[in-house]
Design a protein around this ligand. Structure first.
Ligand code: UDP
Length: 148
């Protein structure tokens, strides 16, 4: 019988300042690992205003942009690269909907987010954004591909 394999992918993830402040980094990492995603790069950073504005540049005309930058620079965050089969979609499923009020039970945002503005986690939404976002925070030397 033929086994169909999804592509081994990398995605970019942020544990946002609200979740770091709640002391749930380990709980969130546990969700990633339980779902079969490997953490292949990870660091804690406190983003500068310029770093946050550059990261969210696609949203710069949106009314919430200023508040989003203020929030993302309000405290430390964990940034990580997750690797696994179908990692981009899998991580989005683990995260749940942008607005925690709409997030399915058992997702990270249902469990740890309080509002659409402070919603615990970020995850890339497509292969192009994943590549761009990973390169924004990590050099290739910082990424350890354990599955290769
Ligand atoms: N955001 C916000 N207010 C809104 C919509 C979005 O503060 O009304 C923020 C929120 O932190 C969200 C981010 O902007 O996670 C990016 O929005 P997007 O629609 O891309 O959602 P995501 O990909 O994070 O689910």
């Amino acid at each position: 019988m033929e086994t169909e394999k999804m592509a081994l992918e990398r995605t970019f993830s942020i544990i946002k300042p609200d979740a770091v402040a709640k002391n749930v980094i380990g709980a969130i990492y546990n969700r990633f690992e339980t779902a079969g995603l490997r953490i292949v790069a990870s660091k804690m950073i406190h983003m500068s205003k310029e770093q946050a504005e550059g990261f969210y540049a696609e949203h710069k005309e949106r009314p919430f942009f200023g508040a989003l930058v203020d929030f993302m620079t309000s405290g430390p965050v964990m940034v990580q690269v997750l690797e696994g089969e179908g990692a981009i979609v899998k991580n989005r499923e683990i995260m749940g909907a942008t607005n925690p009020a709409d997030a399915a039970a058992g997702t990270l945002r249902a469990d740890y987010a309080q509002s659409i503005d402070e919603n615990a986690v970020h995850g890339s939404d497509a292969p192009e954004s994943a590549a761009r976002e990973i390169a924004y925070f990590f050099s290739e030397e910082e990424i350890c591909p354990r599955t290769r």
